[in-house]
Design a protein around this ligand. Sequence first.
Ligand code: WT7
Length: 645
Amino acid sequence: MGDHLDRRREEEILEAEQQVYPPPEHITASANVSPEDYERFRQQGTEDPVSFWEDRAHEMVDWFEPWEKVLDDSNPPFYRWFVGARTNIAYNAVDRHLETWRRNKLALIWEGEPGDTRTFSYYRLCREVNRFANILKGMGVQRGDRVTIYMGRIPELVFAMLACAKIGAVHSVVYGGFSVEALAERIEDAQSRVLITADGAWLRGKIVRLKDIADEAVKRSPVVETMIVVKRTGQEVYMETGRDFWLHELQQLPIASGYCETEVMDAEDPLFILYTSGTTGKPKGVLHTHGGYQVGIATTLKWAFDIKEEDRWWCAADPGWITGHSYIVYGPLILGATSFMYEGAPNYPYPDRWWRLIEHYGITILYTAPTAIRGLMRFGDAWPNRRDLSSLRLLGTVGEPINPEAWRWYYRVIGKERCPIIDTWWQTETGNFMITPLPVTPLKPGSATFPFPGIIADVVDEEGNSCGPDEDGYLVIKHPWPAMLRTIYGDPDRYVEQYWSKFREQGWYLAGDSARKDKDGYFWIIGRIDDVIKVSGYRLGTAEVESALVSHPAVAEAAVIGVPDELKGNVIYAYCILREGAGAGPDIEEELKQHVRHEMGPIAVPARIEIVDRLPKTRSGKIMRRVLRARAMGLPEGDLSTLAD
Ligand code: WT7
């Protein structure tokens, strides 16, 4: 395991372990979960996670029909939660609020990058969702059908997701920063007959031509029969007669009425597929369901971020990732909270855009990623200092380990030493926060602190023994939890193999991260132990980037690695062997970068591409990325006895 820990993180952890930041008095005094309750919940969650989650299921959401059994573990690892219960997450997120005073409360405040704003009360949100749901039904979408959604951060993305949930369709949101092949592959795997997209998206003052990308993707994956297009940027786009429809035109039709019956779903019915990168091969369609998922995200959000009626919550992620699914769309709405969403780049037109938004809208809680914090930190303290950030009461971080330096800057300059930093460790697969402080937890900079109540996490060695203090090991979850993924869409074997085979006898979930606990029991996440690379917090697989590279006619073979980077956490280095006689020009590296951008999207573009004659391989032909990584970082190459030549 030691291999995986870079020296830098090791030193950071050893130093930061000694520093404890007690929770501020004013937060502890009124927290949703008091220090005493926290102790009680932790105890209940450890001794009897099933009864712990059953209590939360009663408390956090409404059910049309109760469950017969809380957890069915008769066929592990295919666990089922709230067996027999009937519900619909869209009912809990939208419909039920209309019966209370919240019908007039703001559900969503939105600002576009050009500065335009839109706000939606729960009442208005419900109407928008219903109209969208009726349009989907009019297009023939039925329960269980998959609908792919590909757009920027605009309110229609939220409406589209909720509309699918409402009618029992399964959404598959593809991040708007992905490009042609990434989109095509996900459409194909999900077999979506309907694609919802937009003409374009605003980013740094420019238009990303989403519709063009969608057209090209659909050429490659012709299963799409209908495209619904939101007009966002207004530039000319191609519309295919009989296939493509403008949303605003559909909304004029009588079918788009403001009332739509909410489907009664089984707790275990699929809600969405979200693709994420694994160790090998194609991205995996992580499948989540209506029942357990809503219980998990509502509980974790309410407790970890202390959500109150009067809060203005800003999760600055993209709805296209799990963070956005759980904590922009479903979680805050289930709680009846007010959520803020911003379309564009943090530094457009100036590096204080985010701080202006916090001041202008009175944001009380900000949740973002270390890479964004480091990026904004670079511009200096003057930008945030010129803005009134006094509305903030809590801050959060997610996506990769936060280095203590960025943590302290966030704490001091943004939070003015008054706001606890909630460092949440979790994954697309886990659905909700797994290891996180509550506002009452004493913090250490760079540690996600302790498992959430009801979550049994540990760090273990190869044999499954718990590691001692400061010993690195595998991060595992030892008991199922309601918001866990249920399978990999269309590939149950891969679900078993990927997550449950390493510690099969014990029946533990393997997270794919290495971690350690310190002498006080604080968890420190170190990093991935597989071929997943975190670039600016985005999760990419070496295999996907490699296959984008070899899809270029000049490339015979490619190997990709992640290399630590000050700003982005990691960047991608690629090593390519060229095809003889393919006529690669002198600018081949640049051409390959453009190719990856076109196929996968900007986040997958290697920082460096090196043309090589051969790649280090084992005798069985497996690329030894470890050796490439050591070379790139100027470290000793370690044991080379398995190297082919
Ligand atoms: C991987 C999951 C779930 C939200 C976004 C990422 C890394 C996530 C932390 C954290 C250290 C973290 C892990 C994990 N990660 N949060 N607070 N500290 N590392 O979801 O794209 O599925 O990635 O992100 O490596 O396995 P994801």
